[in-house]
Structure formats: structure tokens, C-alpha cells
Design a protein around this ligand. Structure first.
Ligand SMILES: Nc1ncnc2c1ncn2[C@@H]1O[C@H](COP(=O)(O)OP(=O)(O)OP(=O)(O)O)[C@@H](O)[C@H]1O
Length: 275
């Protein structure tokens, strides 16, 4: 599944000002274009408020566009009928940032992971027993165990909850995953485990990733290509190695300078200690 975002602009109207209409609006996305090829892992990086969530919402058709097009396999999603959109949504799933907020605390893990199979019942068409088998298969795939099946989210750690969120996103066999800061809410020690899992799943299941993060280290680890967004505009995009080694924009350079260096020999603390 390929995704082409073509010249997408999103304006939000300003607050209503008195009798005569609205105040100045706000451009959250300004002429954004990018292409994600099948099987790629494409990163979108930018600071808070740069427009990352708005772009995701435009891709999922949760926002109307002020201008531009969003094409999946060449088909403009904003022109699909509601039924066609629902069918497309089974091929396109999202993993959210906060595994604490995104799982219903009153539902068992079985019901949480099985829910998309019920919602997309016309596409997957499994009976109750087959659904449970599928949920078990998914739990094992993301590194959880059969005995977790009838437990509740509060019984799991942050990393395990994110694995549940990933199992849920994979339930209907999507081709394309939007990963919206999937490791930002996790302890550093479990971030790497979840990233390794995502990497393995991508290879095993031939998935395409749109990976949103403010963390350049995470993008460098998992993505092939990256686009940098600043105040609603893409300031540059290209292969990760090229952008990291030869950034063209001052903004990207600034993000890279602010990135902690994982090499302990180059750590400023180490250098200070050596003096
Ligand atoms: N419904 C809305 N009405 C008005 N302005 C909005 C609306 N939604 C978003 N914005 C504005 O658009 C800009 C981009 O917001 P967005 O949430 O897309 O940023 P973000 O990069 O996802 O930030 P974060 O990393 O904090 O989630 C922000 O200035 C935000 O205030």
C-alpha cells in the first residue's frame, strides 16, 4: 500500500469574534507533500504543535482538507464513500502514543484485541472461537502469553500495554500502520524492546510504517526515510542517512544538535569528567 500526500493544506478558522464573523484563522498544514512506498518505514519528525497530529487526522479523514489530496494506492480517500472508507480503514491501522489512555480499562485483553475483528466483521468474517484463536496468535506474535488473555489493562506494564495496542492494530491484518509516538510514553529501558518488536513485525508481515516522533534517535533507528515538519511546513525530506549526515535546513541541524549522543566517548559528561 502506497501513500501520497499531495499539497495538503489545513486551515482552522479563528475564534468567532463578535457579530461580524471570525478572527484570523490558523494554518496547521501548509502545502505538505510526501510519498511513502510500500514496505518502507517513513518518519515524520517535528516539535510539539508542528502539525503532526493534524496530518495524521487528515490521512484518516478525521479532518477535511482545505486543499490538496491524500491518495492510497492512487485512490483519493477524501472521495471515497463511507463504506469504501471503512474497508480501507481495515487495511490502515493506528498505534497511539499513550498505552494507558488508549486501552479501555473495563475490557479484557481478549475483548480489546478482538474488537477490530468484530468492527470489521464484514472483511475478516470469523466466528467467536476463531476470533479467540486469532487473539491468541496475535498475543504470541507481540511477545505476550496465553495466560494474559482474560486479564485487564491495569495488570500490565507500560511496555506490555503498548504490545497489546500493537496486537489490536494488527488484528485485521493491515498493510499500513500509522505509529503516533508509539514509544514516547515508555521508559527508555522498554523503548528499545518495543522498537525491536516493531522492526521484526514489519519484516514478518511486510508492513508499511508512517512513524511519527519528536525523537530523532527513534527515527534514525527504525526509518528509511524522514520528513521534518516545522510550523506546518515540511522543511526537508529524504533518506534518513542523508538527512542526518547532511541536513540542509537550519531547523533540522538544530534538532540534530539537541539530540543526545548515544556514543559514551562523545558524551559531554564523559568529556567533562576527562578534563
Ligand atoms: N481543531 C483545531 N482548531 C484550531 N487549531 C488547531 C486544531 N487542531 C490543531 N490546531 C493547531 O494546529 C497546530 C498543530 O497541532 P498538532 O496537534 O497537529 O501538532 P503536533 O505536531 O501533533 O503536536 P504534539 O506533538 O504536541 O501532538 C497547533 O498550533 C494546534 O494548536
Amino acid at each position: 500500500m502506497t501513500l501520497d500526500i499531495q499539497n495538503v493544506t489545513k486551515n482552522f478558522p479563528g475564534p468567532r469574534q463578535g457579530f461580524f464573523g471570525r478572527g484570523e484563522g490558523f494554518t496547521a498544514l501548509d502545502n505538505v507533500s510526501l510519498s511513502i512506498r510500500k514496505g518502507a518505514s517513513f518518519g515524520l519528525v517535528g516539535e510539539s504543535g508542528s502539525g503532526k497530529t493534524t496530518l495524521t487526522r487528515c490521512i484518516l479523514r478525521l479532518e477535511t482538507l482545505s486543499a490538496g489530496n491524500v491518495l492510497f494506492d492512487g485512490v483519493d480517500i477524501h472521495k471515497l464513500t463511507p463504506l469504501e472508507m471503512r474497508r480501507l480503514r481495515s487495511r490502515l491501522q493506528i498505534v497511539f502514543q499513550d498505552p494507558y489512555a488508549s486501552l479501555d480499562p473495563r475490557m479484557t485483553i481478549h475483548d480489546i484485541v478482538a474488537e477490530p475483528l468484530v468492527i470489521h466483521g464484514d472483511v475478516v468474517n470469523l466466528n467467536a472461537r476463531q476470533r479467540t484463536e486469532r487473539v491468541l496468535e496475535l498475543l504470541l506474535q507481540v511477545g505476550l502469553r496465553p495466560e494474559h488473555l482474560f486479564r485487564y489493562p491495569h495488570e500490565f506494564s507500560g511496555g506490555q500495554r503498548q504490545r497489546i495496542g500493537i496486537a489490536r492494530a494488527l488484528a485485521v491484518g493491515p498493510e499500513f500502520l500509522i505509529l503516533d509516538e508509539p514509544t514516547s510514553a515508555l521508559d527508555v529501558s522498554v523503548q528499545a524492546d518495543v522498537l525491536n518488536l516493531l522492526h521484526r513485525l514489519q519484516e514478518e508481515l511486510d508492513l508499511t510504517y508512517f512513524f511519527i516522533s519528536h525523537d530523532l534517535g527513534v527515527i534514525r533507528y527504525i526509518c528509511d526515510d524522514v520528513a521534518v515538519i516545522y510550523r506546518g511546513k515540511l522543511v526537508e525530506q529524504g533518506p534518513v542517512a542523508e538527512i542526518f549526515d547532511h541536513p540542509k535546513s537550519d531547523y533540522t541541524r538544530m534538532l540534530l544538535d539537541a539530540m543526545p549522543d548515544p556514543d559514551p566517548d562523545r558524551s559531554p559528561f564523559r568529556r567533562k569528567a576527562a578534563v
